[in-house]
Design a protein around this ligand. Structure first.
Ligand SMILES: Nc1ncnc2c1ncn2[C@@H]1O[C@H](COP(=O)(O)OP(=O)(O)OP(=O)(O)O)[C@@H](O)[C@H]1O
Ligand SMILES: [Mg+2]
Length: 303
């Protein structure tokens, strides 16, 4: 669906991207990590053309993004959902107006746009009593969930997440991560997610991509990288993982611990996805989950 080839970008003399090649398939979840300044945000901004790259190609469903005129670019951007680190909500518009604005600007009927916005806000657990508040009257976690609602309201094919939890109070991080997990599990969009949340990456990513100094340092299955990294930065993440989360066991053990021990994953502190997997196993047997992580979430489990 998305293919980036040999992308380069400099800001003055500062090299932000030094030849990045990356793909995201339909429905795939790719987590992007790397040290500060390695070019993650620049890559995301080039993909939606908030930043113009100097060199390289970006293809989306067979179309060259760099060659799109204004009309094509507008319709391309409607196929993307972008979640920013700093929310970027419009301060003088209410929650509902922020979420519906993009649809209305794209020509949707006002009532239909508001209805879609209400549905998107429901998915991120923003209660109707908050719909008419201004962003300033929300907590950081609520603001970011509104930012997520704005990104999903047009049912994008590809979602780009730029450190959605990085500017949040630690207490609020979990509520946003829970919403992100729910979306990863239940929506079919491809996802390119910049985050430093290692447990999140391990649980949910199909592929982990590690960047360093404007390049891809390594890419692969998250547990493979956290077990046997081939790059310096990958080794750094492995050390971080071992120090913070593992108590010495293997990443795969973390990934499947709750299921293998047969205890309710909520008690084991596991993700929503693992909890759902566990409950799905209980209700309908394993088969429902095998091979497709996101299409078979039992509807009875929705809150
Ligand atoms: N608008 C800009 N003008 C000049 N230099 C920039 C600009 N934006 C980014 N840079 C530089 O480009 C490089 C890559 O920045 P980028 O923001 O893409 O990194 P990042 O990996 O997202 O970092 P972080 O984890 O801190 O968000 C850095 O050296 C940064 O200083
Ligand atoms: Mg960044």
């Amino acid at each position: 669906m998305l293919q980036v080839n040999d992308l380069h970008k400099k800001y003055g003399n500062e090299v932000a991207l030094a030849g990045v090649t990356l793909s995201v398939a339909r429905g795939e979840v790719v987590v992007l990590m790397g040290p500060s300044g390695c070019g993650k945000s620049t890559l995301l901004r080039c993909i939606n053309r908030l930043v113009e790259p100097d060199q390289g190609e970006i293809w989306f469903n067979g179309q060259s993004v760099r060659d799109m005129d204004d009309d094509l670019l507008r319709s391309y951007r409607r196929r993307l959902g972008f979640v920013f680190q700093h929310f970027n909500l419009i301060a003088r518009l209410s929650v509902l107006e922020n979420v519906s604005l993009g649809l209305i600007m794209a020509g949707a009927h006002r009532e239909k746009a508001l209805q879609a916005a209400r549905e998107a806000l429901r998915k991120v657990d923003i209660a109707p009593s908050l719909h008419h508040r201004l962003p300033a009257a929300l907590s950081g976690g609520q603001r970011q969930r509104v930012g997520i609602a704005r990104a999903i309201v047009s049912q994008p094919d590809l979602m780009l997440w730029d450190e959605p939890t990085a500017s949040l109070d630690p207490i609020l991080v979990q509520e946003v991560l829970a919403v992100m997990e729910e979306l990863v599990v239940t929506t079919k969009a491809g996802m390119l997610i910049v985050t430093h949340e290692l447990p999140f990456a391990l649980r949910l990513a199909d592929r982990l991509v590690i960047m360093d100094k404007g390049r891809i340092a390594e890419a692969g299955a998250p547990e493979a990288i956290l077990t046997a990294p081939t790059s310096e930065v990958g080794a750094g993440y492995r050390r971080l993982w071992q120090a913070r989360f593992m108590d010495g066991d293997h990443p795969r053990a973390h990934r499947s611990r709750a299921a293998t021990q047969g205890m309710p994953p909520a008690a084991a502190g596991s993700s929503l996805r693992v909890q759902k997997k566990w409950a799905g196993d209980m209700e309908g047997g394993r088969g429902a989950w095998a091979g497709n992580r996101r299409s078979s979430t039992p509807s009875t489990l929705r809150a």
